[in-house]
Design a protein around this ligand. Structure first.
Ligand SMILES: N[C@@H](CCC(=O)N[C@@H](CS)C(=O)NCC(=O)O)C(=O)O
Length: 238
């Protein structure tokens, strides 16, 4: 069955693309033109009624939500990361489930509130205050995950997993967006998160993913630059 990833540069699909590439699962890309609103058209809404990117099609199966797609990708590969652990390792599977849900429900969800703050507020003057609150929360999430890495190396164990990829891409976005006032100034206060990002950005599969999304590969997760594209073609985040 062909896997088809619906994507736009540096959107949440980047997490999935790095997972697919590093787990060596072949797939086709279907590029979404966000500026033209492709993701709000009926054909796309039939795949994801939220009108959000990404979607993964696996034959007749349709997946949306980055965390759910990551889980499906790991099941397809039979392992949680390029060097394992295997999906049928109960302890690793339970750890991966809790961290992928945490990243999806808490870290990624908070980022979305900051990036799309106008959708949550009537008063535009309150946007900077809301974003400062999210930045504060993010520092708490970072400290919590830094402490986990001190215990286990990556979020699950010593080898890189899909949960680590999700984490590292969230940190990329937080260092880049919102444009002009990113949520994080850098990763200096979290040496283990920095080292994990550096490991992932050095993987050949991750470098292929950055190239496909026009993202400068040099320190793409630890000192990121936006894709080489006009802003309205990147994330739509202002
Ligand atoms: N909870 C969703 C969030 C995905 C998401 O935020 N996608 C963004 C791109 S990074 C998007 O489609 N934004 C368009 C919009 O919000 O209208 C997931 O995990 O897949």
């Amino acid at each position: 069955m062909t896997l088809r990833l619906h994507w736009s540069p540096d959107s949440a699909n980047l997490v999935v693309r790095i997972a697919l590439e590093t787990l060596a699962l072949p797939f086709e890309g279907v590029r979404i033109n966000r500026a033209a609103g492709d993701h709000k058209r009926p054909e796309y809404l039939a795949l994801n009624p939220q009108g959000l990117i990404p979607v993964l099609q696996d034959g007749d199966l349709v997946l949306f939500e980055t965390g759910a797609i990551l889980w499906h990708v790991a099941e397809r590969a039979g392992r949680l990361g390029p060097d394992g652990p295997l999906m049928d390792d109960p302890a690793a599977r339970a750890a991966a489930l809790r961290w992928v849900f945490y990243l999806s429900n808490t870290v990624h969800a908070d980022l979305r509130v900051a990036f799309y703050a106008d959708r949550y507020l009537d008063d535009a003057a309150a946007v900077p205050s809301l974003r400062r609150g999210i930045a504060r929360r993010l520092r708490g999430h970072g400290a919590l995950m830094e402490a986990q890495l001190a215990k286990t190396g990556g979020l699950i164990g010593p080898s890189v997993t899909v949960a680590d990829i999700y984490l590292a891409v969230c940190l990329r976005w937080a260092q880049l967006y919102p444009a002009g006032a990113p949520l994080l100034a850098g990763l200096a206060e979290w040496p283990r998160l920095h080292a994990l990002g550096a490991r992932i950005e050095g993987l050949a599969g991750a470098r292929r993913a950055f190239a496909a999304e026009m993202i400068p590969a040099d320190r793409a997760l630890t000192a990121p630059q936006p894709p080489n594209l006009p802003r309205d073609q990147i994330t739509g985040v202002v």
